[in-house]
Design a protein around this ligand. Structure first.
Ligand SMILES: *[C@@H]1O[C@H](CO)[C@@H](O)[C@H](O)[C@H]1NC(C)=O
Ligand SMILES: *[C@@H]1O[C@H](CO)[C@@H](O)[C@H](O)[C@H]1NC(C)=O
Ligand SMILES: *[C@@H]1O[C@H](CO)[C@@H](O)[C@H](O)[C@H]1NC(C)=O
Ligand SMILES: *[C@@H]1O[C@H](CO)[C@@H](O)[C@H](O)[C@H]1NC(C)=O
Length: 685
């Protein structure tokens, strides 16, 4: 019996039994609870369990990120960066100023939730909400302040509750929030907890953080939710403690650092989940990007995290992030792990501003591509041969030899399931730096369709109460000077060259997966494996409908318009006359002819990365053409000539291959910027 299909109970070692019992009692919903008042203060009439017949798993969840709501946004103000759609005259649209650095008007926030309510509400099992629900600090005349940041966050949190609640039962699905780097003051700087921000958010997110996780939340800002009780947990990582730009902390190597404590906590939880047979999705705001010019996380955090994911590759289903605003993915390579776990490295890499322009984002994406270009050939050929060899079994003459060769090749990528790599999926944002967008991810629920859902177990009898903080630990950094001194102290520590391993450094390497365990859901299709996603976007150019002379000036001019280059001109209508707001499908991996992803396993993305890394396939003698087989299905969006006739096909094959690779890459770039950058511009990238 595959272990991931087993129930929780039987295999637990005794030492964890008590803890497990404690965990199970709330999550399984077996404890008879009296009728009570729900967290939203509504009278709850029916006892737990009576709703289980009405709510079942759908095998789908929503990933939404970076709302950046801005109370100061005004329609038809200037989109100039320093003004941020707050003042002046210009083309700030009714639902937001697409392709600018302006933040989101509440009209966009409201319309997004309305759309979710009408189109997704009953079809999803949980929501992954990856942070940044406050505006940027870009308007010098209107610096951000604490009440505003907490207020906009509370509005969004309440919107989630409103959208996913029924009058009788309150919240019907779990929502998992996490800290973005703009959700506190000053942005990027999060000091160790407990602190006033964690106290504030434990109230704002009180309906989302399980009762028994409150303590660890107020201590470190992290928690997890069993979104499917006893089967699947979602971990809200506090990536602020890994974030390289957080000068208030210092990485993950020193036991005194919150980053160290966070990863320690994660290790222990993943171990417990392994023993219970529960799987985990990890989510956070800042992704573990690590290229030549951009390193998001402190190296010591990256190293440990990558090591943890390697060791818990049987438990972790996937990792989802936001922050970057561009649609892309990352592959972590366990070959980049060093014995010193990052302590040997000076923090020498530059960290460009977080509001990076398209051109530096383009550099960043090119750097990813350069790494993909160096992926071992066996990625594509080995993985593909795998299926071919298996199909041919029995007829193959030199089967033994072939298999040996195959094994050797596959060894380079961590075996048949490419376990050398890990995948981070990064969803673009609601804030329309490009177009507003959101993502619906699907996962495999074969065999668990009737399992009790979160709603069945939700602890109605224990409505959240405001948490009193342990007084001696509550540090209040109202005093800015005190804060700055702290930051400078930390910074000084940071820049003193290679850090020495702390004396009390005592790395606990997590245990390997049990010998008998099968590859995890991130590596081989099984229950909980992410099977695909659909990316939605709202075409604000169309919806706002206020760009004058669209037909004459074309798309590039729109960019100039929105960028505030023509603020002296009037919008198309005197008054805003937007069209009806809606999200539409940008692409779906289930039907996509470019990515051709059979599922969202590491292996599938590795194949895609390899394919895009091939810049100049013609120069190499060997080509890999498995992805080019059904050429007829390719749309010609990035093709100039007419479709080729069958006869020419072979001759053209090499050229076609080359084109195909670039086509996929161009599509990837186009999607990174949510379809806002015209083909001509993409080709120059
Ligand atoms: C958005 O919705 C809230 C109610 O949830 C309402 O108070 C607010 O006025 C709305 N804002 C806009 C701009 O529609
Ligand atoms: C879903 O999981 C089941 C059970 O492990 C498996 O048999 C099936 O192939 C999976 N489906 C997909 C589409 O991956
Ligand atoms: C968005 O709408 C504009 C105006 O209608 C149109 O020109 C453009 O092609 C659309 N973009 C996408 C990606 O659909
Ligand atoms: C593909 O892209 C690479 C680099 O982006 C470029 O050097 C090459 O000429 C392109 N090939 C084709 C066939 O367009």
């Amino acid at each position: 019996m595959p272990r991931q299909c087993g129930g929780g109970g039987a295999r637990h070692p005794t030492k964890h039994k008590l803890m497990l019992l404690a965990l199970a009692s709330w999550s399984a919903g077996v404890v008879a609870l009296p009728a009570a008042t729900s967290p939203d203060g509504q009278k709850v009439l029916s006892p737990i369990g009576t709703e289980s017949a009405s709510r079942k798993l759908n095998g789908r969840f929503l990933h939404i990120s970076d709302f950046h709501p801005d109370e100061l946004y005004r329609v038809h103000t200037s989109t100039e960066e320093s003004v941020a759609c707050h003042r002046g005259k210009g083309l700030a649209g009714s639902y937001g100023a697409e392709k600018t650095d302006c933040d989101s008007p509440f009209s966009l926030v409201n319309a997004t939730f309305s759309w979710i309510e009408e189109n997704l509400k009953d079809d999803i099992d949980f929501v992954i909400w990856t942070g940044d629900s406050a505006r940027h600090d870009s308007d010098e005349q209107n610096p951000r302040h604490e009440p505003e940041i907490l207020r906009t966050n509370r509005i969004i949190a309440d919107k989630f509750v409103e959208t996913f609640s029924t009058p009788q039962h309150g919240l019907s699905i779990p929502i998992i929030p996490t800290f973005g780097n703009n959700d506190f003051l000053p942005h990027n700087i999060m000091l160790p907890g407990p602190n006033k921000w964690f106290a504030a958010y434990s109230d704002i997110w009180s309906r989302f953080i399980p009762e028994e996780q409150r303590h660890s939340f107020t201590f470190g800002g992290w928690f997890y939710v069993e979104v499917i009780p006893n089967r699947l947990a979602v971990f809200s990582l506090n990536t602020m403690y890994f974030f390289d730009r957080n000068a208030g902390v210092d990485g993950c190597a020193h036991p005194s650092e919150p980053g160290y404590k966070h990863l320690d906590w994660l290790r222990v939880q993943l171990q417990i989940l392994r023993e219970r047979g529960v799987k985990a999705i990890l989510m956070g705001h800042v992704p573990p990007a690590r290229t030549e010019s951009k390193q998001n996380w402190d190296e010591t955090c990256w190293q440990k995290y990558t090591l943890w994911l390697k060791q818990y590759r049987d438990v972790v289903v996937g990792s989802l992030y936001g922050h970057m605003n561009i649609d892309h993915f990352l592959l972590q390579d366990v070959k980049d792990l060093t014995p010193e776990l990052g302590l040997d490295r000076i923090n020498a890499r530059g960290s460009p501003d977080e509001t990076i322009s398209i051109s530096s984002k383009e550099d960043y994406l090119q750097e990813l591509r350069d790494v993909w270009a160096d992926l071992p050939k066996s990625v594509a050929r080995g993985l593909d041969q795998e299926t071919r060899v298996e199909d041919d079994e029995g007829t193959a003459k030199n089967k033994g030899k072939k298999n040996k060769k195959k094994k050797k090749k596959l060894g380079k990528i961590g075996g048949k399931y490419a376990e050398r790599y890990q995948l981070s999926l990064i969803s673009p944002s609601v804030v329309p730096n490009y177009f507003p967008t959101l993502r619906v991810v699907e996962y495999n629920i074969t065999g668990i369709e009737d399992t009790p859902v979160w709603r069945d177990a939700y602890d109605l009898a224990n409505p959240p109460t405001a948490l009193a903080l342990p007084e001696e630990d509550t540090r209040d950094y109202e005093n800015l000077e005190e804060l700055l001194v702290e930051i400078v102290r930390k910074k000084g520590k940071k820049s003193k060259g290679p850090r020495k391993p702390p004396k009390d450094h005592d790395l606990i390497v997590p245990l390997d997966p049990p010998k008998s365990s099968l590859p995890g859901p991130a590596y081989a299709p099984q229950v909980f494996t992410l099977t695909g996603y659909t990316q939605y976007f709202a075409n604000l150019t169309h919806i706002n409908d206020d760009i004058p002379d669209l037909d004459v000036s074309g798309f590039l001019d729109i960019n100039k318009w929105r960028k505030g280059k023509h603020d002296h001109k009037e919008p198309k209508h005197g008054k805003p006359k937007p069209r009806e707001f809606q999200y539409e499908v940008e692409y779906s991996t289930f039907t996509d002819k470019f990515y051709k992803l059979p599922d969202l396993t590491v292996k599938s993305f590795l194949g895609l990365a390899y394919k895009m890394g091939q810049k100049d396939i013609g120069a190499k003698s060997e080509t890999f053409d498995a992805y080019d087989e059904d050429e007829d299905s390719d749309t010609d969006e990035f093709e100039d000539g007419a479709p080729e006739s069958m006869g020419k096909k072979d001759k053209q094959k090499n050229k076609k291959n080359k084109k195909e690779k670039n086509k996929t890459w161009l599509k990837f770039l186009s999607r990174a910027f949510v379809g806002t950058v015209p083909k001509k511009q993409l080709e120059k990238m």
